[in-house]
Write a new protein. Sequence first.
Length: 325
Amino acid sequence: MSAVSKLPDLDVGEARWSDFIAAVRPQLTPATRFTERELLGPKTTMRVGGPARVYAEPAGTEDLRQLLLEAGRRQLPVLMLGRGSNLLVPDEGVDGLVINLGHENWQKFEPLADGRVRVGAGLRLKNLCGLAIKAGLQGFEFLEGIPGNVGGALRMNAGAMGGWMFDVVEEVELISRQGEVRVMKKAEMHVDYRHCAELHDAIALGAVLKPAASADATDIRRQLDVYQKKRVESQPREPSAGCIFKNPPGNSAGRLIDEAGLKGERVGDAEVSTVHANFIVNCGHATSADIIGLVRKIRARVKSAKGVDLEPEVLLYGKEWKDIL
Ligand code: EPU
């Protein structure tokens, strides 16, 4: 009797998903986008990867909370998707609820009286820089070329041109997986190179940013131009996920890979960029398996030529690199 009533794992998973969908859909406002088996590849800068079992773009905090609570009740995996710039989505997709704060309600840019600015988690860094220029706020220029939004940049403590996202953060508003909203001051948070401990589980809703100084818009524009020129000259234009490995302490992953003679190395349509060796570019129809194969090849070659273990910076969506490398 018990053998007959026990369903295979796959069915149990599917039953939990249908139960979740039936419970949460009626609670969401019409402005929230909620779909099944949404393809994630086109939402990433690498342009690779399969579908999300369930995908949602909540229009506000209440809808987001309902999604988190109903998923939590059924112990369903929840993954955040930002601008899709620092991650690799597996070819088979993810058996999870993928949440994207892409709705315009998360794109707030609200200058505050004392020169600070309140921004929403869904605001793109490029737009943040443009709006800051108009408002005469200096200190955000280094973020201009990072293809991310505020939420992702906080989660990863994104950086470029010698600056880190948390350099300009005063406080972060976040929501826990249990749906509790709170504000944390930067000093209470544990932030490191490409890492913010508090945003491992909790989700950033927005932040108050404090620019370094205020200046004339033409000076800011000049600094932006310098950064843009450096980026265009030193980084590839083809689809990529940004730098694929973290820089080892005191060293440069790009230089190590270059010196190991790997520029131009390929697996399928995935190629070590000939412009900057710490980028894997998608030359056409690369798959996630191609990219993972190339990551393995690079790590093995750099280990044998240089004695250094490179650690991926790009997140492997829904999985852990250590389990597959
Ligand atoms: N180099 C080479 N060969 C290469 C690439 C680089 O010899 O193919 C050398 C360069 O000549 C330079 C050194 O390596 O002497 C460092 O290169 P670069 O100035 O390009 O900086 P990076 O350390 O490779 C970091 C960030 C980038 C960020 C740039 C610019 C990491 C892993 N990378 O790159 O961030 O845009 O600085 O500020 O921290 C990212 O995190 O996704 C990313 C792109």
